[in-house]
Structures are given as C-alpha cells and as structure tokens.
Design a protein around this ligand. Structure first.
Ligand code: IPE
Ligand code: IPE
Ligand code: MG
Length: 248
C-alpha cells in the first residue's frame, strides 16, 4: 500500500474521530434504497477499524447515529438499529481476535432493548482488549452530552459536594461521556459536507478537521491513510507562533 508507507509512526494521532456520512446519497447514485448504502457502509467501518488498529491509533470514535437522526423516517431508524445489532453480533469475535475494545458514547438507554443488550454484551466481552478502543457514538449529540454534564455538575453543587469556583475545564471534561479519553487530534468527515453536526463540540476545540468528497461506503484503508498523512503535514500551533513550535 503506497499511502501507508508515507505515514510517520512517531507522529500518529492518539485519537481519530469520524463522521461517517453519505450512505444515502451513495445508494441513490446507484438507484438503490438508502439501507443499501448503510449496509455497504459496514465494509468501510471494517476497513477503517482494521487500518487504525494496524497503524497503532489508540482511540477511534465513529459517529454512527446522532440524537437528530431519531427524526428520520421510522422505517430507516428501525433498519439502522437492526443493522447495528447484527453487525455488533457478527463482529465481536473479530474485535477480540484483533485485541480491540468496544465502547460507546451517547444516550445508550434510548436505544431499543435488543440494541442495548447486544452493545453491552460486546462491551463486556471486549473489555480486556488493549490494542485500540473503538468508540461508537450512538444516539449521541454534543449538546445532549453537555446538557447532561451541566445537570450532574449542578446537582453536585446543590448537594455542596462541589463549589462553583472549583469548576474547571477538567471538571467539565470529567463529566462528559468521553471522560478518560484524550481529545481527538483529527476529525474526518466524508461526503463533502463541511459541518460538525453536533459531534464532540467540546472535545474538538483544537482538533484538525479533514473533509473528503468520498461517500462513506467508498471509504477504504487508503483513504484513512491519506487523512493521516494530511494531518501529519500540518503545523499545530495551539495559539502560539510557528517559531515557538519549531524550537520546542
Ligand atoms: C450517514 O449517512 C449515516 C447516518 C447518519 C446514520 P446518511 O444516511 O446521512 O447519508 P446521506 O447523508 O443522506 O447521503
Ligand atoms: C451526521 O450525519 C451524523 C452521523 C454521521 C451519524 P447526518 O447526515 O445526520 O448530518 P446532517 O443532518 O447532514 O448534518
Ligand atoms: Mg448524511
């Protein structure tokens, strides 16, 4: 593989997030129903997970279903939930073989019970794996996550377990679903849309954004590698000036 050889192993992002978008349009282009696109998207997921683990990425977060996606037609939601259950069921063995831990962020309790059960079982069965953590964002939105965090913090303040003046960035971080996971250094969105769609708003404060025209079902290992190479060629300044970065 050509792209993979260009990747510098000492400059890898620890955490990569992906907004997997374009399944519906991909199917439409082929004259098929939207679900055909979602099903084909599973191949892209498998390729990406495999490549990320192979490269040594520690955390991969995939935006699979947003809070707003509950507004889609019922028939699509149901089919997506079924696809989720069957994919998790089929892939747990492969995750274990590859030493990959499964985790989830989002309002998991809002998922249908079969989904919740399958997800919890896969999380339990893979909990001791150490090579990479695959985080699925399900019924997730950043505003939901931040609202919930604020509620919990406010409860602690009202019970006098926490003083308002002691609330720090770290306190907020610790109350997010992603607590314990480093912020993503790289966020990829497929399908040519240039927006964040309520994904990890707090966590992407300094994340490098990468947009590709590729529709999600066409996304392959090579495309993931291209995104990593693009990331590695950027200068991350974090508010400083270029000379300060070069001398450190
Ligand atoms: C992304 O593909 C998958 C989900 C949001 C579940 P879409 O279903 O959004 O596909 P487009 O954007 O309509 O092409
Ligand atoms: C974002 O895609 C959510 C996921 C990829 C799960 P959408 O297709 O739902 O986003 P919008 O509505 O185009 O912003
Ligand atoms: Mg979309």
């Amino acid at each position: 593989m050509i792209a993979k050889d260009k990747i510098q192993s000492d400059k890898l992002p620890k955490h990569v997030g992906i907004i997997m978008d374009g399944n519906g349009r991909w199917a439409k282009q082929k004259g098929k129903i939207r679900m055909f696109g979602h099903r084909s998207g599973v191949i892209a997921v498998k390729e990406t997970v495999e490549m990320a683990a192979e490269l040594g990425i520690q955390y991969l977060t995939l935006y699979a279903f947003s809070t707003e996606n509950w507004k889609r037609p019922k028939i699509e939601i149901n089919a997506l939930m079924e696809l989720l259950v069957s994919t998790i069921h089929k892939e747990t063995k492969t995750l274990n073989e590859n030493n990959i831990r499964l985790s989830a962020i989002g309002d998991i309790e809002s998922l249908p019970s079969s989904c919740r059960r399958e997800l919890k079982e896969a999380i339990e069965l893979t909990k001791n794996n150490t090579r990479m953590t695959l985080v699925l964002a399900l019924s997730y939105s950043s505003r939901w996550e931040l609202t919930r965090a604020m509620q919990t913090i406010a409860e602690k303040v009202s019970r006098k377990e926490l003083k308002p003046e002691d609330i720090s960035e770290e306190t907020i971080q610790n109350h997010l679903n992603t607590s314990g996971i480093p912020d993503p250094e790289l966020l990829i969105r497929t399908s040519g849309e240039h927006r964040i769609s309520n994904f990890l708003l707090w966590q992407i404060a300094y994340t490098e954004l990468y947009f590709t025209e590729k529709l999600w079902p066409d996304f392959r290992k090579e495309d993931f590698c291209e995104a990593i190479i693009n990331f590695q060629n950027r200068e991350r300044r974090f508010g400083k000036i270029s000379e300060q970065i070069k001398s450190s």
